[in-house]
Structure formats: structure tokens, C-alpha cells
Design a protein around this ligand. Structure first.
Ligand code: PLP
Length: 468
């Protein structure tokens, strides 16, 4: 299995060579030369496997430059009951016949990003050790991604994390979660400024190519292919959990932001998993809902982004979307280049023409959007009818899922975070705070380890130089 760029400017490369990279050198995203097809007999055989077994089978079809026995060990070491709260890793909770919740958020930071990030930690450590290299991961976070990255990389040999966050501007839970880490390889840099300042500093530091090479700077952003492929696994796991035979179809509803999670569903469907619909849910930031309704993709300007009560879906453009577009335009890199050039010149592109929109429809995608009022209503409704409190992002998914249910087709809603992380909105919806997993009871009173810095590129570089 080799990987190419969606923009056509990269010679085919094996998995381990793209693992540690961000964008392809031509500005595109890395993608397999073709998707492995899983036939019905193989699918039937996988039904008997546990999460780790399915993960190994799926991953080994995309990773052929790590010996199978080693890959199996890495998978077994990552997906443990100790790290994910249950041996099933991603349990299914049935709300009512035909409506299910896929619980993806029982990892260390209580959000689905742990599932991919924990594997990334294991893979990075393995590949770096094999090459005798080290890596300094630099990132900016307003909460979710940063904490998932820190919990995945803590204590790993050969890896240090420098994570910039806006001083005093994250939720108390997220601040406590990140800053309470005591591992010497994790550096929390609290920047006097806002999230955009943090992001600008990361861009400036990474843009200094000499510094970047000298300090071996890398990232763990959402376009990383290994993160995406790790997420393909739970679509298979959930499919087996809600069906009895491989003749049945299942639909999935996915709260979406950067299009990573649902793109993994698209890959599972391309591999032959009998997925009927991929229901894409957005909040008020509806750039993706607009595309699937109209065929027009129009990334928003920064000032157009709404700050919502499902903040991890507050995006202006969907960074993984280019992989999907590559597939629906017949894997033609010239066309992808032209479309993204058009975004730069005209601010949008349009695939509404019959020849273009037919493959979009055939890919199973449907969509919808949700508002703050919808979120509150859904959280209340699910709590009353099914006795379970969902978080704000998951509520967006469930709201849109209801609009696309079909008789006889199970609908699986992906739980992307636990309600405990969004106390304020849950209190607003239910008049009481959400329950918190026992292990997190006194999170806010744990000792903290962080460094306050000015929003200054030179200061951050100095910090990295003296701590790398
Ligand atoms: C990251 C995130 C999302 C969006 O996922 P994408 O893969 O970016 O589409 C949704 N919900 C939560 C809680 C998240 O952390």
C-alpha cells in the first residue's frame, strides 16, 4: 500500500514515510493509491473479532511497512480496557429499536479524538525509535485537540510536546485536564492572548524552516492520515454490533467539523462495509451542510465563524474535505488543484452540475444543521426518553439523525464527547450538571504545571530551544 497526494505532486510513499508529515509537499493531503476492498466472506469472518482484532485487520491493509506481529502488539498495547474504560473500547448503547449511540468518548480526555490520538502516540514512538530519531510536537489548542495529543504523547520516548493555549480562556475542566499533567515531556505554554495568537505563533515558528529542521518540529493535526485510518475501525465494530448478517445496511450520524470522523466512514464504505447513509451534522457553522445540500463549497472567513455551544465544530473550512472531493471527482489531481485554486480566487467552488453531483449523491452523504435551541431540546428529549445525558456535539448529530431515519435501517449516532465536558450547557438544558466519571472528581484541585509566556514568537522559540 502506497500513498499519493490529492494534488498529484508526490511520488508514491509507504505508510511510515507519511506518518510523521503534515501536508504533502505540494500542499495536498496524503491518500492511499486505492482503497482495499473487503469482500463479504472476509467481513463475515471479522464479525467474531474483538476491537483489537478488527483494528489489526483494518490497519494491516493500510500499513504494510511495519511487520504484522509488531503492528498487532502496538494495537494490543493501545486499545486496552485500562485506557478506554471497557474491553469493547467503543460500546453500543441502544436508545430504542433502530436508534443507537456509539460510545467513542471513554478514553483519557473523554472525547472521540483519543481513539485516533492514542494510536498515533504508539506509532510515533515506534517509528522514531526504529529510526533513532526524536520529535518535538508543536501545537495550538483551545481545548480538545491539545489535551488528546498530550494524553497520547505523555511519557513517550523520543517525543516532547509544546502546546500553546490561550491563558485563562479555556473551560475550567479543559484547563485542569491539560495543566495537571506532570510528565516532563509535556510542556503547557499558556500564552497571554487568544487562540488565534497561539495559532499565529505556531504558524510563524513552523514557517521558519531552518528552526523547524534544527529543532525537529512536527504536528499532530487532523489531516494526519493515521488518525483518519484509526477511526475507520469503529465503523466496522459498530456495524457488527447492530446487525446479524452482512446483507444488512446501517446508517451513521456524525457531528462534523474538520471532516475527519465522517471521512473515515466514507473510507469504510469504499472498502465495502454496507453503509447506507452517512448523515453529516453541523452546528450553526454550516459550510459542509451547505455543500451537501447545494454542491457549493464556500469556506467562511474567520470573522464569519460563529462561537457556539458545540465549540469543537466551530470551523471555517473543513481540512479533511479535500480527500473526499478527490474521490468524487474520480481521483483526478488536476481537477482537485483547479478546485482549490478557485477557492483562493473566487472564495468557493461549485459541484452542483449533474456530472459532479451524481457521485456526491452516490457516496451516501446527506446532511443537516443544528442550532443552540435544537441542542438544548435534543439534550432534554434524549434525557427524558432514554435516560441518558448526551453532550452538545452528540446532540447536534442526534438532531440531524432523526431527520434521516428510515424504517428497517439501524441509525448509529456517534458520541464524540461526554456531557461532563460541557457542564454549562447541560445545566442550561436540564437544570442540573452532568455526572462526571469518578476518576475525574477532583480534577480541578490537582497540582498544575504550566508556563505563562507573552504572545511573542521569539519567546516561544527560546522556550523550545532551552527545553528541547
Ligand atoms: C473534533 C470534534 C468534532 C469534529 O470532528 P471532525 O473529525 O473534525 O469532523 C466533533 N465533536 C467533538 C466533541 C470533537 O472534539
Amino acid at each position: 500500500m502506497r500513498y499519493v497526494s490529492t494534488r498529484g505532486g508526490m511520488p508514491p510513499q509507504p505508510f511510515c514515510d507519511i506518518l510523521l508529515e503534515g501536508l504533502a509537499p505540494d500542499g495536498g493531503l496524503t491518500i492511499p493509491e486505492s482503497y482495499p476492498r473487503i469482500d463479504r466472506a472476509t467481513l463475515a469472518a471479522w464479525r467474531a473479532l474483538d476491537y483489537r482484532g478488527i483494528a489489526f485487520e483494518v490497519l494491516s491493509r493500510f500499513i504494510d511497512d511495519i511487520p504484522a506481529g509488531t503492528l498487532r502488539t502496538l494495537v494490543d498495547r493501545t486499545y486496552t480496557a485500562a485506557a478506554f474504560g471497557a474491553d469493547e473500547i467503543t460500546p453500543i448503547r441502544t436508545f430504542e429499536p433502530g436508534l443507537h449511540l456509539l460510545q467513542l468518548s471513554n478514553g483519557p480526555t473523554l472525547a472521540f479524538k483519543d481513539i485516533a490520538m492514542q494510536l498515533l502516540g504508539t506509532l510515533f514512538e515506534h517509528v522514531l525509535a526504529a529510526r533513532g530519531e526524536t520529535l518535538n510536537i508543536l501545537g495550538a489548542t483551545s481545548g480538545d485537540t491539545g489535551s488528546a495529543a498530550e494524553y497520547a504523547m505523555r511519557g513517550r520516548r523520543g517525543i516532547r510536546v509544546f502546546m500553546l493555549s490561550p491563558h485563562g480562556k479555556m473551560s475550567p475542566f479543559q484547563t485542569a485536564q491539560m495543566y495537571s499533567l506532570q510528565d516532563p515531556n509535556i510542556h503547557n505554554l499558556a500564552v497571554r492572548g487568544v487562540f488565534d495568537d497561539c495559532q499565529d505563533i505556531v504558524k510563524a515558528v513552523s514557517g521558519d524552516l531552518a528552526f523547524k529542521a534544527r529543532q525537529r518540529i512536527g504536528t499532530v493535526n487532523s489531516i494526519n492520515w493515521a488518525r483518519l485510518v484509526a477511526q475507520v475501525v469503529y465503523y466496522f465494530k459498530a456495524y457488527f454490533a447492530v446487525t446479524r448478517s452482512e446483507d444488512e445496511e446501517v446508517s451513521f450520524a456524525v457531528p462534523s467539523g474538520n471532516f475527519g470522523n465522517i471521512c473515515a466512514g466514507h473510507v469504510a464504505r469504499e472498502m465495502g462495509l454496507p453503509i447506507r447513509r452517512l448523515v453529516l451534522a453541523t452546528n450553526e457553522n454550516d459550510v459542509l451542510d451547505e455543500f451537501f445540500r447545494t454542491g457549493v463549497y464556500r469556506p467562511r472567513r474567520g470573522a464569519e465563524v460563529h462561537h457556539t455551544s458545540s465549540p469543537s465544530m466551530d470551523i471555517s473550512k473543513a481540512s479533511n474535505f479535500e480527500r473526499y472531493v478527490y474521490d468524487v471527482v474520480g481521483r483526478d489531481p488536476g481537477r482537485v488543484r483547479a478546485l482549490w485554486r478557485q477557492v483562493e480566487t473566487d472564495g468557493h467552488f461549485d459541484l452542483s452540475g449533474a456530472g459532479d453531483f451524481a457521485p456526491v449523491r452516490a457516496s451516501g452523504f446527506v446532511s443537516g444543521a443544528s442550532t443552540h435551541a435544537d441542542r438544548l431540546r435534543t439534550i432534554r428529549d434524549v434525557a427524558e426518553r432514554f435516560g441518558y445525558v448526551v453532550d452538545t456535539h452528540t446532540a447536534d448529530g442526534i438532531k440531524v439523525a432523526q431527520e434521516h431515519r428510515e424504517a428497517g435501517v439501524p441509525m448509529v449516532c456517534l458520541e464524540t464527547a461526554l456531557a461532563a465536558k460541557f457542564e454549562d450547557t447541560i445545566r442550561e438544558a436540564l437544570g442540573r450538571p452532568p455526572a462526571r466519571p469518578a476518576a475525574y472528581a477532583d480534577l480541578e484541585s490537582l497540582p498544575r504545571r504550566f508556563e505563562v509566556l507573552d504572545a511573542d514568537v521569539a519567546a516561544v522559540k527560546r522556550y523550545i530551544e532551552t527545553h528541547a
